[in-house]
Design a protein around this ligand. Structure first.
Ligand code: AVI
Length: 310
């Protein structure tokens, strides 16, 4: 299971429902069903991010070749099935070690076994960790370290958290090491909004799966259809927001508590921040990285940023 983590870390899925502005941390979107729905999202015609990033990686091989000009270790955060990494492993020499980091131990073990068969010459060592928390790297014996954080997952962090997170990553690196960061860019709002409210309703199902999860984990029986999926671009904050909006006044009985929800009241379930290069320069400045190079698709929907340690 691929896990994406973000925003405030509540103790459980219900904690934010007792606050005046109700919210659920987006980390709860990724149970087994949610992870499968997210995989489906990445194939949707409206969700341009995944395929655009893969194309950018493939079309800029000379950039990656110059990053890996010496014996290097590639360290991937939230590796999942390492799909995009294979583009680098297939085309770039000098990657002597690959360190996928993922919270799901079982998933990680399978990925490592499969990759080791396909790339016998690369030393592959999985690290099972929550990469949003401080973690240590294995001894990489003086190799250049290149951190790979694709998928625009940085967008699911609140800005202050993104800074702190990259600051932690920076502390694992030395001058000469680099970070390859995938970011979704600011653009025409209708394009972004369609990506988070697709015609087939997969993103709606992904969002509403939070209700199914609450029902399962807290012996509740909330009507999933009593909430509708809402996604809109908040231009002043530079982010898309996902919410669950109640279609009627209702009282939820969960975990021995009752929670009143008014008709049209919203539960905020995700933020996904969009970053232009200026925003990345700023983020790098506050976390110890210098933006070196930005490669994008021709529509400038998505960017892969190369950042060096300062
Ligand atoms: C995982 N993350 C980068 C996705 C995003 O675009 O923010 C999660 C997602 N939410 C709805 N669709 C996709």
């Amino acid at each position: 299971m691929k896990t994406h983590l973000n925003v405030k870390a509540p103790s459980n899925i219900l904690s934010g429902l007792f606050e005046e502005k109700k919210w659920i941390s987006s980390k709860f979107l990724y149970d087994e069903q949610g992870s499968q729905l997210f995989e489906q999202i990445t194939d949707l015609p409206e969700y341009y991010q995944t395929r655009t990033e893969a194309r950018i990686l493939l079309e800029n091989l000379s950039t990656w070749k110059s990053v890996f000009h010496e014996p290097s270790a590639l360290i991937e955060l939230g590796s999942g099935s390492s799909k995009k990494t294979k583009i680098l492993l297939d085309h770039v020499k000098n990657i002597e070690s690959y360190i996928p980091i993922d919270i799901s131990e079982e998933f990680l073990a399978d990925t490592v076994t499969q990759l080791q068969t396909s790339y016998p010459e690369i030393h592959i060592q999985g690290v099972s960790a929550d990469y949003t928390q401080p973690f240590t790297l294995p001894d990489l014996k003086g190799k250049k370290k290149v951190i790979f954080f694709p998928g625009s997952t940085i967008g699911n962090f609140e800005p202050g958290e993104a800074e702190r997170f990259l600051g932690n990553i920076r502390s694992l690196l030395e001058p000469g090491d680099e970070l390859i960061l995938g970011v979704d860019r600011k653009k025409d709002e209708t394009v972004i909004e369609a990506a988070y409210d697709d015609a087939a309703g997969v993103t709606a199902a992904f969002n509403k799966n939070l209700i199914t999860r609450i029902n399962r984990e807290h012996e509740a029986s909330i009507d999933v259809e009593s909430f509708s999926h809402v996604a809109f671009y908040n231009s002043s904050a530079g982010r898309i927001e996902m919410h669950l909006e109640s279609v009627r006044d209702q009282v939820l009985s969960v975990g021995g508590h009752t929670i009143e929800v008014k008709k049209q009241e919203r539960i905020h379930t995700e933020n996904s921040y969009k970053y232009d290069p200026e925003d990345i320069i700023q983020l790098g400045r506050s976390s110890g990285f210098l933006l070196q190079r930005v490669v994008s698709d021709e529509r400038e929907y998505f960017s892969v940023c190369l950042m060096e340690v300062v």
